[in-house]
Design a binder for this molecule. Structure first.
Ligand code: TYC
Length: 158
């Protein structure tokens, strides 16, 4: 209980008892003083005094390195096959990779002639999701179109 409330209880009891009541007169004041005196009020965080005592000597203190790193990137690769209609591939590139008609047609033709091609480069979870969406969409439509994910070396520059 808070010291103030204990004092308030004590005074109220004294008032109520008025010397003759059955309620005993209780005075917590002394006990509270003792309690506060014996309590160690430790700071929750450092006070900084320990740092003032520390001597860096001749050492240069370097600023801390930033802790954040860019996530590794992954390529989403589209594979050619002999059966998926060109129009379907163009629509997939528009829908899942945000390409315009012209760009999607270029990429589709590049995959058609070269066997495979990059649709986009993303952090791993996004790359995996896009490849799964494409493969599911192709399967649902009865086409053998396949999409894969591979690590990209583009993020090894820094
Ligand atoms: N080769 C397919 C055809 O001639 C077209 C195609 C292009 C299929 C790209 C898949 O990833 C692909 N119909």
């Amino acid at each position: 209980m808070h010291a103030k409330s204990l004092l308030w209880v004590s005074k109220k009891r004294q008032k109520l008892s008025n010397g003759s009541s059955k309620i005993p007169r209780l005075d917590y004041t002394e006990a509270m003083h003792e309690l506060v005196r014996d309590t160690v009020f430790a700071p929750l965080c450092g006070t900084g005094t320990d740092r003032e005592d520390h001597d860096d000597g001749d050492l240069a203190v370097a600023p801390a390195k930033p802790q954040l790193k860019k996530p590794p990137l992954y390529r989403v690769i589209l594979l050619n096959d002999d059966y998926t209609p060109m129009e379907f591939v163009v629509q997939v590139l528009e829908q899942f990779f945000g390409m315009g008609r012209e760009k999607a047609t270029q990429v589709m033709l590049a995959v058609h002639t070269q066997g495979k091609g990059v649709c986009g480069i993303y952090p791993q979870d996004i790359a995996d999701t896009k490849a799964s969406q494409v493969n599911q969409c192709a399967r649902d439509s009865g086409h053998p179109l396949l999409c894969e994910v591979e690590p990209s070396s583009d993020d090894e520059e820094d």
